[in-house]
Design a protein around this ligand. Structure first.
Ligand code: PEP
Length: 255
């Protein structure tokens, strides 16, 4: 059975002090939860301090992006070996905000993905359609294109290490959540796509998170869907109370 994974994407929020305070609070509130995987993705500037607070806890550490070269003249970028040196385990790749504001494409997603895998980071690869694409009936074409481009040249063994996050762009930070049925429909499509690109065993193993205005009160319905294996949470991951409730509401859903 696929273990649910709840990850908090803090985006460009929280100073060092705020980050430390937050993870201390989170750690205390969910200390005995083993049933779901829990991850926080602070900004680069807080990774080192958050790492220290999370030592020997049940909370994993993730980054929000990485560059594909290991080192060199790439001002402002951060590489996989740098993240590994801070004991970062996960890295978000291809978030829609990176695609929208920083010209991220499926080709650059693919390069970042290969670097993450090469260095033993667990990638969380984001895919999802815009509102215009959904309204034009192009959701499945967009998802298929993103899977084919972003996952190009990846082996089945590598695919099993990757987490996908289906994040309809129209639901991110808007308060509009996809209904559990809308999300499940796309998650099932993604799994069929993985079956075509890889094989049945791989498709059955890959965890696919849903992201887009996940809150404590919609968590249970979303996580109950057969092909939804967790959540990538933005806004509601910034407050300890709501993130803790999302985590708690994900427990016991699949058993
Ligand atoms: C996200 O940024 O990945 C996200 C899903 O944001 P929100 O939960 O705020 O919609």
């Amino acid at each position: 059975m696929r273990k649910i994974i709840i990850a908090g994407n803090w985006k460009m929020n929280k100073t060092q002090i705020e980050a430390i305070e937050f993870v201390n609070q989170l750690k205390r509130a969910i200390a005995d939860i083993q049933e779901v995987d829990i991850v926080v993705c602070p900004p680069f500037t807080a990774l080192a301090d958050v790492k220290d607070v999370l030592l020997e806890s049940n909370i994993g550490l993730g980054a929000q992006n990485l560059f594909w070269e290991d080192s060199g003249a790439y001002t402002g970028e951060v590489s996989a070996p740098m993240l590994k040196s801070l004991d970062v385990q996960y890295v978000i790749i291809g978030h829609s905000e990176r695609r929208q504001y920083f010209q991220e494409t499926d080709a650059t997603v693919n390069k970042r993905l290969k670097s993450a895998l090469k260095h033993g980071l667990i990638p969380i690869v984001c895919i999802g359609e815009t509102l215009a694409e959904r309204e034009a009936g192009k959701t499945f074409v967009v998802i298929k294109t993103q899977c084919l481009g972003g996952l190009q040249g990846i082996s089945s063994e590598e695919m099993k290490k990757i987490i996908l996050a289906y994040e309809p762009v129209w639901a991110i930070g808007t308060g509009k959540t996809a209904t559990p049925q809308q999300a499940q429909e796309v998650h099932a499509f993604i799994r069929r796509q993985l079956q075509e690109m890889f094989d049945e065993e791989t498709a059955a193993e890959v965890r696919i998170q849903y992201g887009g205005s996940v809150k404590p009160d919609n968590t249970n319905d979303l996580m109950s869907q057969p092909d939804i294996d967790g959540a990538l949470v933005g806004g509601a991951s910034l407050k300890a109370d709501s993130f803790v409730d999302i985590i708690k509401n994900s427990c016991g859903v699949k058993t």
